[in-house]
Design a protein around this ligand. Structure first.
Ligand code: HEC
Length: 168
């Protein structure tokens, strides 16, 4: 146990001293000049890879919630999806215009279908939105990421068939 701690300490000191000799500022959120700490914090914020993981999860839930009649959950998931997307817009500003365009063209109309609790319109707009998501993947060189209308709910622990209304 003590030996393990000692080795860990040596490793940390070793990394620290190489960073110092290379003249790189120490990557710490607790020590050093404020600017470096902010930069370190910025460097560990979720990029599109992480944000998309959440978007895929929530998008799947939106579909199942609406189709189960849990419109309140569908609305909530879409709101949370857009909040996750906003993180991506801030951490990867170069992709913000495409994310915003996708939101305006596909996700805002989808939100309206949820508010109206119109399942036909919802399913139609959901399919259109799937194409919008995938168009961006292809445009950015990620054509191998093809989101499909999910055949199975991602989370069995959410009750998609609870009948609820969206908030007005
Ligand atoms: C800005 C264009 C853009 C839009 C719009 C977009 N994506 Fe993505 N998506 C990406 C990029 C880029 C990646 C690869 C991220 C990476 O690895 O850095 C990705 C990856 C993904 C992944 C794979 C995540 C993983 O690691 O498992 C999923 C799922 C996904 N997107 C779903 C969606 C869904 C659903 C939508 C629409 C609601 C959407 N995306 C809209 C650009 C976009």
């Amino acid at each position: 146990m003590l030996r393990g701690l000692f080795i860990l300490l040596c490793l940390c000191l070793g990394t620290w001293s190489t960073a110092q000799t290379k003249g790189e500022p120490e990557k710490s959120i607790e020590q050093g000049p404020l600017e470096n700490r902010v930069k370190t914090l910025a460097s560990i914020q979720p990029g599109l890879g992480t944000v998309m993981h959440e978007m895929g999860y929530r998008f799947t839930n939106i579909y199942w919630a609406a189709n189960g009649g849990n419109w309140g959950l569908a609305q909530y998931q879409l709101k949370e999806l857009l909040e996750a997307q906003e993180v991506g817009e801030i951490t990867r500003p170069q992709h913000a215009p495409m994310l915003k365009a996708n939101e305006k063209t596909y996700l805002a109309p989808l939100a309206q279908a949820i508010e109206k609790q119109d399942i036909n319109q919802f399913n139609h707009r959901f399919s259109a939105a799937v194409n919008g998501c995938n168009a961006c993947h292809t445009a950015l060189g990620y054509g191998f990421i093809l989101f499909k209308v999910p055949k199975l709910p991602k989370q069995e622990f959410l009750d998609f068939s609870l009948k609820t209304d969206p908030k007005r």
